[in-house]
Design a protein around this ligand. Structure first.
Ligand SMILES: *Cc1c(COP(=O)(O)O)cnc(C)c1O
Length: 359
């Protein structure tokens, strides 16, 4: 048995994978597979509408927010956000490489003020005590820093429009949507496969877009009124949206995001407790900022030479995808929503066993 800790794309709920296999053969009892059918068929329009409704129900998204499904990944949003909303100046919180890339793209459209950065300690903590300039068009944050295992776990009060990249922690906890002007991310960590990007945007922002933009870049095109585009101005990424639909149904069946958060906290506690207890390993992220989604750790100083050996030991026990990102080293276990507690327990057992044999 394999235990999948890949950082993204990553493990999906089994039920979502099974339903997708069936839909590829026979979509909605049409006798035709989902890959071979028009996105204008009623069955598909129902899946689109249900997917949006699942988002609205699970995250309690108010009516004055639009929900969009787009192509191009979170990285395409880095410049799309600035193109639509950066008129003069925007503020960015630099908590890692993804946050930095978002700011870099924004600079193409206006002034970018980096209000704080944790680059001094290789992004191992979330900066605190900074001031967001009141004249910024928006403040951009990355709530979960996938590479470094740090997370902003609460919804902050912000004096300007708050825009959050939630690629790797969306649907992992309840979110107070009203505190955000926009939430976006690639689906491939917590809500589906690669190929679809979600964007939740407060509608008043859409009315104030000033810059002349190509149709595909302007968010209004995807909400649109005549005829209502609903993320179908062009052909949507049909298969990834289908998998997302099934993934969200699974989240709902478990009791929604509050239930998800409870399970995620249990899984993270299990692993962090072992990292803190085991003398062979140390966590790399500041304790108060530890992510519930990506758990980063390295060998303790006196066991450094055992790193490759542990990797091999873990691999033999079925662990997949635990190699840390090259900028942090060591190990990273991504324990997203669909990662079962049994897999986390298997990794913990493996760490215990390795300590017994080596320490
Ligand atoms: C993976 C990731 C991205 C990049 O997403 P793409 O869809 O590959 O562009 C951006 N931000 C965060 C926080 C991520 O984890």
């Amino acid at each position: 048995m394999k235990h999948n800790f890949n950082a993204g794309p990553c493990v999906l709920p089994k039920t979502a994978v099974e339903a997708t296999i069936e839909a590829i053969r026979n979509f909605d009892n049409t006798g035709i597979g989902i890959l071979e059918i028009s996105h204008r068929t009623p069955g598909w329009e129902r899946v689109m509408a249900e997917t949006e409704q699942l988002w609205r129900d699970l995250l309690n998204i108010p009516d004055n927010y639009a929900v969009m499904f787009l192509g191009g990944g979170a990285s395409t949003q880095f410049y799309t956000i600035a193109a639509n909303f950066l008129n003069k100046k925007a503020a960015y919180l630099e908590t890692g490489v993804w946050a930095k890339k978002a700011a870099k793209e924004a600079k193409l459209y206006g002034e970018v003020e980096t209000v704080a950065s944790s680059a001094d300690k290789n992004y191992s903590y979330i900066p605190k005590g900074y001031t967001v300039p009141a004249d910024a068009d928006y403040f951009h944050i990355t709530t979960n820093n996938t590479i470094y295992g740090t997370e902003i776990k609460t919804d902050m009060d912000c004096p300007v429009n708050l825009i959050a990249d939630m690629s790797s922690d969306i649907m992992s906890r309840p979110v107070d949507i009203k505190k955000y002007a926009m939430i976006y991310g690639g689906a491939q960590k917590n809500v589906g496969p690669a190929g679809v990007t979600f964007a939740i945007i407060r509608k008043d922002l859409l009315e104030k877009i000033q810059r002349k933009l190509p149709s595909m870049v302007n968010y209004n095109t995807h909400v649109g009124d005549e005829p209502k585009n609903n993320s179908m101005y062009n052909t949507p990424p049909v298969l990834p949206i289908f998998v997302m639909h099934e993934t969200l149904k699974w989240v709902k069946s478990l009791g929604g995001v509050a239930a998800m958060n409870k399970i995620n906290t249990q899984k993270a506690d299990l692993l962090y407790n072992e990292i803190d207890r085991n003398k062979m390993f140390v966590g790399t992220a500041a304790k108060e900022d530890r992510s519930l989604m990506n758990v980063c750790f390295v060998m303790a100083e006196q066991y450094k030479e055992k790193e490759a050996e542990f990797m091999d030991f873990a691999k033999k026990a079925g662990m997949v995808g635990i190699k840390g990102h090259r900028s942090v080293g060591g190990f990273r276990a991504s324990i997203y929503n669909a990662c079962p507690v049994e897999s986390v327990q298997a990794l913990v057992d493996c760490m215990k066993e390795f300590e017994k044999l080596n320490a």
